[in-house]
Design a protein around this ligand. Structure first.
Ligand SMILES: Cc1cc2nc3c(=O)[nH]c(=O)nc-3n(C[C@H](O)[C@H](O)[C@H](O)COP(=O)(O)OP(=O)(O)OC[C@H]3O[C@@H](n4cnc5c(N)ncnc54)[C@H](O)[C@@H]3O)c2cc1C
Length: 312
């Protein structure tokens, strides 16, 4: 039987895929989207990083955009991502960027067979390494997991300590993927997963996803690896704290990551308790897909959007 969460998520993401709905939301919901998105410009995002830093929370800069199909657009995204490093250089703040490989050309093969996403990722990572910055490769929908993990392996070997990636607890395959990466001692962000996935590949029940989430975090920590616990789930966060304490895992081996605008109180509480906390700060004009996923995560967000659209 399908759970309410799953039916709700598939309804919202299904409706969000409709062009008329997209146009309507794009034109009327920007004021609401601003709760989750720092702004359309890089300067807005840098300002958000500085504001969070003043409260003891680090930022993860994320230029919105995904599933790019033209070479020119992928190269433009790459230039715009490189511009993040220019904007952050010299500010004496940690530089941490998240990218989607589909945004910089993962779907494009160049004449001669080179993957454009991999080529552009190398450019980004070379710049990141020179600045002692860190880049996380976000995980997208399930057909991209194989290629993303394969490209992560290549990049992690070429740029050790500069790149990490993400594993999603809703996929059945993820524990096997985690184990297979273990030789790299990877920096992994563990998330529940934000895409609409079929039951053939992903747990349909939230209880199973939550259980798998804990299992993955504990296993990755136990294996001695740096773990980014990316969730707003307070029960999971409390369990991870306890697990780390009981297992003698130092706070320097993990951090909590949350999304900009979501559970700001919890972000502050964790930072005040002395944990490393990073907020993922999306910005840019392509906010619609990201925004739809945030709405699909929480039924209460729909009324918030509708109210905002009626006002706007
Ligand atoms: C830093 C970071 C990076 C991420 N990167 C990826 C990625 O690369 N790939 C990917 O598939 N997913 C990614 N995600 C999204 C993730 O997969 C989940 O969809 C998202 O975090 C919601 O799950 P949750 O763990 O917070 O738990 P849930 O069980 O969904 O939520 C727990 C509680 O958090 C709060 N909450 C959660 N979502 C919202 C929301 N949208 N609005 C308001 N409150 C909310 C509510 O209080 C809710 O009860 C990322 C998440 C974070 C925090």
């Amino acid at each position: 039987m399908q759970s309410f969460d799953r039916i709700y998520r598939s309804t919202i993401l299904g409706v969000a895929g409709n062009k008329t709905v997209e146009n309507l939301v794009r034109s009327r919901a920007w004021s609401v989207a601003q709760r989750f998105v720092a702004g359309e410009q890089l300067a807005d995002a840098v300002r958000a990083v500085e504001e969070l830093e003043r409260r003891g929370i680090h930022g993860i800069l994320d230029l919105l955009g995904e599933m790019v199909t033209s070479e020119q657009e992928a190269n433009t995204f790459t230039e715009n991502i490189l511009a993040i490093f220019d904007a952050m250089e010299g500010r004496e703040l940690p530089i941490y960027v998240s990218i989607k490989l589909s945004q910089i050309g993962q779907d494009i093969t160049l004449p001669g067979g080179e993957n454009l996403g991999l080529r552009n990722a190398r450019r980004i990572l070379a710049r990141a390494r020179a600045l002692n910055a860190f880049v996380a490769l976000d995980m997208e929908d399930h057909p991209r997991v194989d290629i993303t993990l394969e490209q992560f392996r290549t990049l992690a070997t070429e740029f050790p300590g500069t790149v990490g990636t993400v594993l999603q607890a809703y996929l059945y395959r993820t524990e096997a993927d985690r184990k297979a990466l273990d030789d790299l001692k990877p920096n992994l962000r563990i998330v529940k997963g934000a895409y609409l996935e079929p039951e053939t590949v992903a747990y349909p029940s939230k209880t199973d996803v939550d259980m798998n989430y804990r299992r993955l975090v504990y296993a990755h920590l136990k294996a001695g690896n740096y773990t980014c616990v990316a969730s707003h789930d307070e029960r999971i966060i409390e369990d991870v704290k306890l697990f780390a304490e009981k297992s003698g895992i130092p706070r320097s081996q993990f951090e909590f990551q949350l999304l900009y605008g979501i559970r700001r109180d919890l972000q502050q509480k964790l930072a005040d308790e002395g944990y490393t906390v990073r907020a993922y700060i999306p910005y840019g004009r392509d906010w619609y897909a990201y925004f739809s996923r945030r709405i699909a995560e929480r039924p209460a967000n729909v009324s918030f959007v509708l109210r905002g659209m009626l006002k706007g």
